[in-house]
Design a protein around this ligand. Structure first.
Ligand code: ZN
Length: 139
């Protein structure tokens, strides 16, 4: 599927292997402040590391499903994946989540309550778990 090899920032296909600690802290904080609603955003990466999170409009105020909003989003060619929160304690992807993962991007994060460093998971476009390294102060 061409979607899975869509280029990210830099114009080349990249494997995502890490996440900037600041981006992760931002995601965890946004998930906490959205609770009990879902938080959703789009991930951008540089040189294989997720560095930027673009919030979807309405993310922090709407009770609409975050994943539905991601489905309706126009595909941004610089987007490397998505992130959303689960107000439950399960970070396992739902059916609609898997449909979203297959739609675009290389890596997708799900953050479950209580939104700490141990409650997030990363998945590839098929919904298989992937390991991401937390990168301190990437250059
Ligand atoms: Zn979900």
């Amino acid at each position: 599927m061409p979607m899975s090899i869509r280029p990210c920032i830099g114009g080349q296909v990249q494997e995502i292997w890490g996440i900037d600690r600041e981006a992760l802290e931002f995601i965890l904080g946004a998930s906490r402040s959205s609770h009990p609603r879902e938080f959703a955003g789009v991930l951008r990466a540089e040189r294989g590391v997720i560095r930027e999170v673009l919030l979807l409009p309405g993310t922090l105020s709407s009770s609409e499903s975050a994943v539905l909003r991601l489905h309706m989003m126009p595909i941004d060619p610089s987007a490397c994946g998505s992130v959303h929160s689960h107000p439950s304690t399960s970070p396992a992807p739902s059916g609609p989540d898997l449909g979203l993962f297959a739609k675009f991007g290389r890596v997708h994060l799900i953050v479950a309550a209580p939104y700490d460093e141990g409650s997030w998971r990363a998945y590839d476009h098929r919904g298989n778990g992937v390991k991401l390294k937390i990168v301190e102060n990437p250059v």
